[in-house]
Design a protein around this ligand. Structure first.
Ligand code: AMP
Ligand code: MG
Length: 508
């Protein structure tokens, strides 16, 4: 006899709902006809202190589709504003998402649990509040791929099919994603209250944010600037990681920049194939505002918008002198950002070059390498990865990636002599070569979420209800550094013709 299904329980402790009334609308998810679990990350569930077994049941599917609100959840749609492609929208908010609540995980970290695609809310404007299977599984693949690459990101706990159709340009199967995040506080959350002139609420938000993400700053004399600085540091580190792995977020609007420093909102994102600083895949990014190489300056632009939103906390608008001083203090942080970014990016590059030490010529060595990849349209991921083989003594795999190996050979000679200088007495020994090759294999991934493999997996799931390719790809993405011949198909670049036509979509 089967045991009766256990009701999955969550130890919710909902600080946002409790401490920030007026910052959200309490709301319920839409009922859907036929919940069915497509994906559940049992490891993540366990990390959150949840009962993975119970969540794998029909009751779990009902929860993850939004049909069953678990005990202790207080679903809310959060208010936020944002600059979208440079234009300010005073009211965006959760138009197709709801925060169920927060749990404190096994390591003591407070984590948000939220639905995406759970129906209309007071913030939906013209939207249907829904999401489709393909884009929700896409968020799973890319966010979990990012996590395996060691890049701060929101996580994907589960995806449930709803059994109802959603209408985009065509009819698609509907789904709800359950996302886990350090918080859903965004630059746009601050903009919302600053824009409405609600300074009291802005102060409440500042205090809440500091308590949640930067408790060491509580009571600091210049708390708003201290928070701005902390956010700048996290964004510098984050965007440097994106750049070094070839990730293009695609829609770095201020409502999609998390205060926590996690990558958030996987819409039209994509990975570089051949190295190209101008790469843009988003169908709506006509001006290339969010192109690969624009990401660091766009993060700075977004930080300046956060700084503006914080100003009312420091100076009254009619106090000209105080305002001027506040602007100067904010500008000092904003102007420090490029340096913070550069340090993080260069240090990541040195690691990717297999270097343990820092020397004056390293930046030029890295720049010349990237220039070479760009000139010869070399696959970004494979080129870095094959440096490991070159370190171990075989540059043939790397040479096979370039059309004209002479330039590469010249660069390799410089790189080898830089490595030899670092190795000192050990230079040229097998042990030194092995150490460097190993370090490079742990730093430069072999498997990333390649656009064509992602699309292939989503098409199988969405069009044929076949989750096999999705599961296999996800398993490969969880082992990005392993040299396993079984993973070879996930490491192959897409045909150039596929990448040339590749377009990703918003509202996905
Ligand atoms: P995003 O592009 O996902 O960052 O969303 C920008 C804004 O549009 C947010 O306020 C979303 O809640 C809202 N939004 C996106 N898609 C939908 C939808 N299908 N229905 C309602 N609101 C949506
Ligand atoms: Mg968003």
């Amino acid at each position: 006899m089967n045991a009766p299904p256990r009701l999955p329980t969550f130890a919710f402790d909902n600080s946002y709902a409790r401490d920030l009334s007026g910052f959200y609308v309490a709301w319920k998810p839409a009922a859907v006809p036929a919940p069915r679990l497509l994906h559940l990350d049992r490891t993540l569930a366990a990390e959150l202190g949840l009962d993975a077994e119970a969540l794998g049941s029909e009751l779990g599917a009902a929860i993850f589709a939004g049909n069953l609100v678990p005990d202790g959840a207080e679903p809310i749609a959060q208010a936020y504003a944002g600059h979208q492609f440079g234009h300010y929208s005073p009211q965006l908010g959760d138009g197709r998402a709801l925060l169920l609540g927060e749990v404190v995980d096994r390591q003591g970290r407070r984590r948000d649990i939220a639905w995406k695609g759970s129906g209309r809310t007071p913030f939906s404007r013209g939207g249907d509040g829904k999401a489709a299977v393909g884009p929700m599984l896409r968020e799973v693949l890319i966010s979990e791929g990012m996590h395996a690459l060691g890049i701060p990101t929101t996580r994907a706990l589960a995806v449930a099919a709803t059994g109802e159709a959603v209408y985009r340009e065509v009819e698609l199967p509907g789904a709800v994603l359950t996302r886990v995040a350090a918080s859903h506080l965004r630059v746009g959350t601050f903009q919302y209250f600053a824009g409405r002139g609600e300074v009291g609420r802005l102060k409440q938000l500042l205090d809440y944010t500091i308590a949640r993400h930067d408790p060491q700053l509580a009571g600091a004399p210049d708390a708003p600037f201290a928070l701005l600085r902390a956010v700048a540091e996290r964004q510098a580190a984050l965007v440097a990681q994106w750049m070094n792995v070839g990730f293009i977020h695609g829609v770095m609007n201020t409502d999609n920049m998390a205060i926590s420093g996690e990558t958030i909102d996987y819409g039209p994102c994509a990975f570089l194939e051949a190295y190209d600083p101008k790469a843009v895949f988003s169908s709506i990014d006509h001006g290339g505002r969010y192109a690969y190489a624009n990401q660091p300056p766009i993060a700075r632009w977004n930080l300046a918008r956060l700084a503006e939103a914080l100003l009312p906390l420091v100076a009254k608008p009619d106090d000209e002198a105080a305002l001027q001083r506040a602007i100067e203090q904010a500008m000092a942080v904003i102007d420090a950002y490029p340096g913070l970014y550069d340090t993080a990016w260069r240090s990541g590059q040195r690691a990717k070059l297999g270097l343990r030490t820092a020397e004056a010529g390293d930046a030029a060595l890295a720049d010349d390498w990237l220039a070479l990849l760009q000139a010869q349209q070399v696959d970004h991921t494979l080129a870095w990865r094959r440096l490991a083989d070159a370190a171990a003594g075989s540059a043939e795999g790397l040479r096979a990636l370039v059309a004209e190996p002479a330039a590469l050979d010249g660069w390799l000679a410089r790189w080898r002599s830089r490595c030899a200088a670092e190795d000192g007495d050990a230079a040229g020994t097998d042990a030194a070569a092995r150490d460097r090759a190993e370090h490079l294999r742990r730093t430069n991934p072999l498997v990333i979420p390649r656009n064509h493999r992602v699309e292939e997996a989503l098409a199988a799931a969405s069009e044929h209800d076949d989750l096999g390719p999705f599961e296999q790809l996800l398993a490969a993405l969880r082992r990005p550094y392993d040299d396993d011949p079984a993973l070879a198909r996930y490491a192959e670049p897409a045909p150039a013709a596929v990448t040339a036509c590749y377009r990703t979509f918003c509202g996905t």
